[in-house]
Design a protein around this ligand. Sequence first.
Ligand code: MG
Length: 446
Amino acid sequence: MPCLFGTNGVRGVTNDDMHVELALNLGRAIGTFFAGDIAIGTDTRTSNEMLKQAVVAGVTSTGCDVFDAGLVPSPVLQYYVRQHDLAAGVIITASHNPPQFNGIKVVAGDGTELGTETEEQIEGIYFSQTWTISAWHDVGVVQSVAAIGGYLEGVTAAVDVAAIAEKQFTVVADCGNGAGCVVYPYLLRQLGCRVITLNAQPDGTFPGRNAEPVEENVGDLVSLMQSSDADLGVAYDGDADRAIFVDENGGYVSGDKTLAITAAHAVAEHGGIVVTPVSTSSCVEEMVNQKGGIVHYTQVGSPIVARKMIEVDATFGGEENGGLIFPGHQYCRDGGMATAALLEIMALRDMPLSALAAEVPSYALVKTKVSCPHEEKQAILQAFIDAEEGEVDTTDGAKVMFDDAWVLVRPSGTEPIIRVYVEATEPSRAEELAERYRNRIAELVG
Ligand code: MG
């Protein structure tokens, strides 16, 4: 069967692989599969309305009613779906991808991103075109709904607003012209913060910066933090489920470190399990262990992390890319909740972010890759595992553990490459292992 859903929903270039016919038929398949009320929302991309109208036409043709939340961050729509007991949600977004991309992400009735099995069932309906066609009197209706108010109530109920407000923090929010614009500056104000916004006008051409909040894209935020007396800087991706932070001195704080800070705080308060993918820095496990908690590792992918969290009743979970999941709030990445939670930690511990980040051990990370044809990737991985002496963790790819380092060999899901990630306490050791394992994989590829 052809694979419509990738690691992040259905995604592609607008009017090339992401076209109206696909959106219409996917809408039909989604309506047929869920056969209930469906919420829909979008980020700020230029093709959102076109794709949304097509999905809505497909969904309503199967007899499902649609609740249109308009422009909202993904976590706001996810919260709405769960809060209102809907059958499912659809988000038109390509998250952090460049502006020519768009996508269709489907979430389950509990607000979680769909698992692979459910996606395959929807794909089955899509490709076989076995969708429901409702009678004329059963065609679904569409109504606009306000999803933001309920979300703001949810986040402000989940943190100690009085403690945050008492600090009178100044926060610079770089919304990246994405969906965060319409919610997060207002959330920060409700938390009693003084808010300075950056790139806070919704614009799907992303004029301010690239939509992915990685260090090379948030230079303006770093400069503003250096030249102002603000306490915290935060940058969101296009659909605002990921949040990356900059400290009061303009220091970029990696997603691993934020995950370590928030996970350790959650475990210190509630104990228990933290769930994160095998690619996450060991600094998270070290911090969590210090507080008496344990880490469960999963395959890479936020839906997998969220599902494992539900299964093991985890205290906390997340990814190294700024995607943090707060189970008391909802089981999905949430940039607004991440911001509120970090401010709460700064307030309760009475420490600036630079000091919180300084508590987290630093490791050297080297990322490299080897070209490998798609069809050979699994065989190469297996040959590597068979030849490797000592213990290999095969949760996702192959992770080789050393006393002072780990090596993760992982075929890319989408590109003809095998990735080699190395983390070590010493940079020279990371370089040495990266070189050794890169060569080993290259030899196997031949
Ligand atoms: Mg995203």
